[in-house]
Design a protein around this ligand. Structure first.
Ligand code: SF4
Length: 363
């Protein structure tokens, strides 16, 4: 996996935002339909302004799977570009302006630990287990799920993925985001007593053998640092000050935050809910600040705020800037294919199997 970004030369670092915007537009016009820029909702306004398509990771994976563009520049984090590479053809090339833009959550599941846990669980139960990995994971994790009868999910389709898995197995092991797994399983009616957490540092994940036997869902102990910043105390404070407030949260938030909220769903769901809400309604949103601030500007007739006294943001997403986007495009235009993401062949096919199972869920 290449995570070393090409060094941006000094001459690019001194360009003003206006110059960068103009020159990005020029290169885009020159490359025309050969180029597709995908932008995740957590990008800054200045970067997302240049995206041909914007969306959450599910929407962008679907667009990547359908485009004919030869060059796909992903303004997002590393696992998203990997996913795009997996679902595109061998002749299409995927780039990320900073391949060092990782994801804390994706890094929570290391394949060696996962394989050890899998063997440990298999050694104490004969029950059939289906692995599901959140799309926020490495290609090796997706390949593991593909090889073991499982699939990938996003926050938009986690419930459908769990349903798919329970039609095929007795248990699910869910990687790497414990909160998405717990919040989704509980919302589907699975009681907390049948959902256990697997702590990688302890034998049997810190569980008694009987608990592993009884569990219907085993959660990996990963989490997103950004969505950990939201808490119930703040929700209570807001509700006291404003009884009209609607609390809407992303499922990467803690279970108690999700339970205290009025609504929970993916970024696509959050956008749709606010878009369709009546003028004058009040919303407090628990997700990354760039999306919340954009909603605020788009709907001035609604009162929208972030569900925190400060603005939690994703440092990894912020690594994609106007400067490295322009440098990426400029180099592509010169035939210099820097920052290309190529998923290793040993993982690509099995990962594709797991991703295709997800893409088929909603077709
Ligand atoms: S917001 Fe969280 S899950 Fe999303 S890229 Fe950043 S660290 Fe990863």
């Amino acid at each position: 996996m290449n995570i070393n970004p090409a060094t941006v030369p000094e001459a690019f670092l001194t360009l003003s935002a206006d110059e960068l915007n103009d020159r990005i537009r020029e290169v885009k016009a020159k490359l025309g339909k050969r180029l597709l820029i995908l932008g995740h909702h957590y990008m800054t306004d200045e970067v997302i302004a240049h995206a041909d398509e914007r969306g959450d990771s599910f929407a962008l994976a679907k667009i990547a799977a359908q485009t004919d563009a030869g060059f796909i520049v992903f303004c997002g984090v590393h696992f998203m570009a990997e996913t795009a590479d997996i679902v595109t053809t061998a002749t299409q090339k995927v780039f990320i302006p900073d391949p060092g833009a990782g994801c804390f959550l994706a890094d929570c599941a290391r394949i060696r630990d996962v394989e050890d846990a899998w063997q440990e669980i298999k050694s104490i139960t004969l029950q059939s287990i289906i692995p599901i990995t959140y799309v926020n994971s490495g290609a090796d994790m997706k390949a593991f799920c593909g090889d073991n009868g499982g699939l990938v999910c996003t926050s938009s389709n986690a419930a459908a993925a769990l349903k798919w898995a329970f039609e095929r197995g007795e248990k699910v092991i869910f990687f790497p985001d414990q909160h998405l797994g717990r919040n989704t399983a509980f919302a589907m009616g699975i009681p907390l007593e049948e959902i256990i957490l697997w702590n990688t540092d302890e034998p049997l994940g810190g569980n008694a053998p009987a608990a592993v036997q009884r569990a219907r869902v085993i959660l990996w102990d990963g989490f997103c640092i950004v969505h950990q910043e939201f808490n119930v105390d703040y929700i209570e404070k807001l509700r006291q000050n404003d009884p009209q407030i609607n609390i809407i949260v992303h499922p990467e938030c803690d279970f108690d935050v999700a339970q205290a909220a009025d609504y929970m769903g993916s970024t696509a769901y959050i956008i749709k809910m606010i878009e369709e809400a009546p003028a004058g309604s009040h919303w407090a949103v628990a997700t990354e600040r760039n999306l919340v601030n954009r909603l605020k500007s788009a709907y001035p007739e609604k009162r929208i705020e972030i569900l925190q006294s400060f603005e939690p943001y994703c440092k990894s997403m912020a690594q994609i800037t106007l400067t490295n986007l322009f440098y990426q495009l400029d180099q592509l235009d010169s035939g210099n294919l820097i920052n290309q993401i190529v998923v290793e062949e040993q993982y690509a096919e099995s990962a594709r199997t797991a991703l295709n199972r997800m893409l088929e869920l909603t077709q």
